[in-house]
Design a protein around this ligand. Structure first.
Ligand code: AHR
Length: 327
């Protein structure tokens, strides 16, 4: 009996040692300077997903400029829209023992392994902008837009404009990204049954890729006859699409076009009569994310899901608002 108890004890101790080895630092989310950490104590890692749009450029600027103003040491990288690049940038930040990581995930799936590595290293991760499908236990919080609501808002514009129904096209964002998935889902959830989405193709959130997609649509469908409107998942793709429409002889106002973002380019497209509404998606997330990162370093409570308060912009005051736009 005595021997059996000893045997159990050895197994328990061995299991505890094994767990400790696979989990080097305890997953504490407090820095050594807590509870008095200041921004100047912070090393923040931002493995940006790319530079695909004006929205993204503004998001990068928001993180860089705010870090400069607050005295934060920022480790920034550009993954060129490739998840594997974001994962290696995160691993390098984990090795450098940064205080907090902000991750704007290019796609929703496939983050479990690297998020677990960050958690085991005691480095909190704030998911920024788009969402991930990984378990919320693996990250500290998410700060970004409600992408589904954006899609719903776009659908409401079509419902108002086409009470008797219509056929529409969808120019979608990066396949598998939280932004494209959410917007597509919200759009379908709210669109009236008499409005039919006749085709949907991705333009990967870029002008360059949207242009040939729109050209291909125009080869297949006659504007005004086969379709009356287009839902476009961001302003950059909208601008690419306008080029194709112009080249095909379509005039501003011939089609009902709703885009997302509210960039200066989007506002200009409203002024020029191409977009009939632009659903806001705000990229200026730097100050909020850093504020939360500091709270995490100090071990203060945080909100786990922070959704940006956004609106819809219309052509009637676009010219007046354009000079005030920050991105
Ligand atoms: O995730 C936000 C989206 O990504 C923006 O709508 C788009 O412009 C960007 O590329």
């Amino acid at each position: 009996m005595f021997r059996f108890k000893n045997y159990i004890l050895v197994i328990v101790v061995a299991a505890m040692l094994l767990t400790a080895c696979g989990n080097k630092a305890p997953a504490s989310e407090k820095a050594s300077c807590a509870p008095n950490c200041k921004y100047t104590d912070m090393t923040f890692c931002y493995p940006q997903l790319g530079a695909e749009s004006d929205w993204r450029t503004a998001n990068t600027a928001s993180f860089k400029e705010t870090a400069g103003e607050l005295g934060i040491r920022l480790i920034f990288s550009d993954a060129q829209q490739k998840q594997e690049n974001q994962i290696s940038a995160m691993r390098s930040c984990i090795q450098q023992e940064v205080d907090v990581i902000g991750l704007p995930p290019v796609v929703e799936d496939g983050w479990e392994a690297v998020l677990t590595e960050a958690k085991n290293a005691g480095i909190p991760v704030i998911i920024v902008d788009r969402s991930v499908s990984a378990s919320p236990d693996l990250y500290a919080a998410h700060i970004g837009s409600d992408m589904k609501l954006e899609g719903e808002r776009a659908a409401e514009e079509f419902n108002k404009h086409f009470p008797n129904g219509a056929k529409v096209l969808e120019l979608s964002g990066t396949t598998g990204s939280g932004a494209a998935v959410g917007r597509a889902e919200g759009f379908r959830a709210k669109l009236n049954p008499n409005i039919e989405i006749i085709d949907s193709q991705t333009g990967n959130f870029t002008r360059a890729e949207a242009l040939p997609v729109m050209q291909a649509f125009l080869q297949k469908y006659k504007p005004g006859v086969d379709f009356q409107g287009i839902f476009i998942h961001n302003d950059d793709m909208g601008i690419g699409a306008i080029e194709a429409l112009k080249a095909a002889g379509v005039k501003p106002g011939d089609l009902f076009i709703v885009s997302v973002d509210g960039t200066r380019g989007g506002f200009q497209a409203m002024v020029d009569g191409w977009f009939q509404a632009d659903v806001e998606c705000n990229p200026l997330l730097g100050p909020q994310v850093y504020e939360m990162a500091l709270k995490l370093m100090n071990g203060e409570p945080i909100e786990r899901e922070v959704l940006t308060n956004e609106t819809v912009y219309y052509p009637d005051n676009a010219a007046e608002l354009l000079p005030t736009r920050k991105y």
